[in-house]
Design a protein around this ligand. Structure first.
Ligand code: GLU
Length: 311
């Protein structure tokens, strides 16, 4: 039976790692933040492996990430979803956008657009697309598909980062939702999966903040709901570089799970008591679920925040 219409939707959160290497401290922060938000709301927490970028996928790393999450004591409420097995729902979403004339095929290559191949695939770092194929592709396929964006700013409220607005047309331009190589782009897949899995709040690293307006544009184009967003401050190394798999950040180690969880909580400004540094994993989790306060991070915007204490 469906719940009565006046009941708020149940909380559903997720952690959505890309299998490009082992779990490092930066991704652990996103896992811990999203997990504790869900547990505190007595909601559900899902894990989704975002394996839609074969060139960047490191064989074995999805399993390694899952085993590490298990060793850290995370428990997910549904079977792990693999994006590489969800092709049909992305195709359906693309077809909806084609039918609504909200996207178009594009024959431009990266080199034509002078996009640096190495970094361009990183979401959030795309160059502005000048709309060359808006009136039709300049050549025969293979084609990418791009969403038509408007110059109406897309605004949303992030619980930690505050109000955010972006004019997609001026900043990014029409963006790729299906790549020329036939793979669906992160932006489309994440939106379709978040909706399909009824995610009510997305908690993830602030490196993805710039992607959110694109995702909201896609939600609107597809008539999907927009979840709440919380972008956590990014863990940086001593040199101020973001910790990411691509910068070969060291993997977290299962044998130090309790201490590393304590460090993650400390990074997340939860002020775990010192004596818990040598406590069992279960004791640290118990403390964390009882004391979790995401708003403790509230006055620390990403731009004002850096962390070099983690070692
Ligand atoms: N798969 C993305 C990453 O590992 C995260 C996507 C998301 O949380 O929306 O960077």
């Amino acid at each position: 039976m469906n719940p009565p219409a006046c009941m708020p939707p149940a909380y559903r959160g997720r952690f959505a790692p890309s299998p490009t290497g082992p779990l490092h401290f930066g991704s652990l922060i996103a896992a811990v933040g999203s997990y504790l938000q869900a547990r505190q709301a007595q909601g559900q927490w899902l894990v989704r492996i975002e394996d839609l970028d074969p060139p960047r996928t490191v064989p074995g790393s999805a399993d390694l990430i899952l085993r590490t999450l298990e060793a850290f004591g995370f428990e997910w409420d549904e079977a792990v979803r693999y994006q590489s097995r969800q092709f049909a729902i992305y195709e359906q979403a693309l077809q909806t956008l084609i039918d609504r004339n909200l996207c178009y095929p594009c024959s431009c290559t990266r080199s034509e657009l002078q996009i640096l191949a190495a970094n361009a695939a990183e979401h959030g770092e795309e160059l502005h697309y000048p709309g060359r194929c808006r009136q039709g592709p300049l050549r025969q396929g293979p084609f990418a598909w791009r969403l038509r964006v408007s110059s109406e700013p897309i605004c949303f409220h992030d619980r930690l980062q505050g109000r955010q607005c972006l004019n997609l047309d001026a900043s990014i331009g029409d963006f790729v939702i299906k790549r020329r190589d036939g793979w669906f782009a992160y932006q489309l897949a994440v939106v379709v999966d978040d909706a399909d899995q009824h995610i009510s709040e997305v908690v993830r690293g602030a490196d993805l903040l710039l992607n959110t307006p694109r995702q909201i544009a896609l939600q609107r184009a597809l008539g999907l709901p927009t979840p709440e967003y919380v972008h956590l401050p990014l863990a940086t190394d001593a040199a101020g570089q973001k910790l990411a798999k691509s910068t070969a950040a060291t993997a977290v180690e299962a044998k130090f799970a309790a201490q590393t969880l304590w460090q993650a909580l400390s990074f997340l400004r939860q002020h775990p008591p010192d004596e818990l540094q040598h406590a069992s994993l279960q004791t640290v989790w118990n403390w964390a679920t009882e004391h979790w306060q995401i708003d403790a991070l509230g006055n620390l915007r990403q731009s004002e925040y850096s962390h070099s204490g983690h070692s």
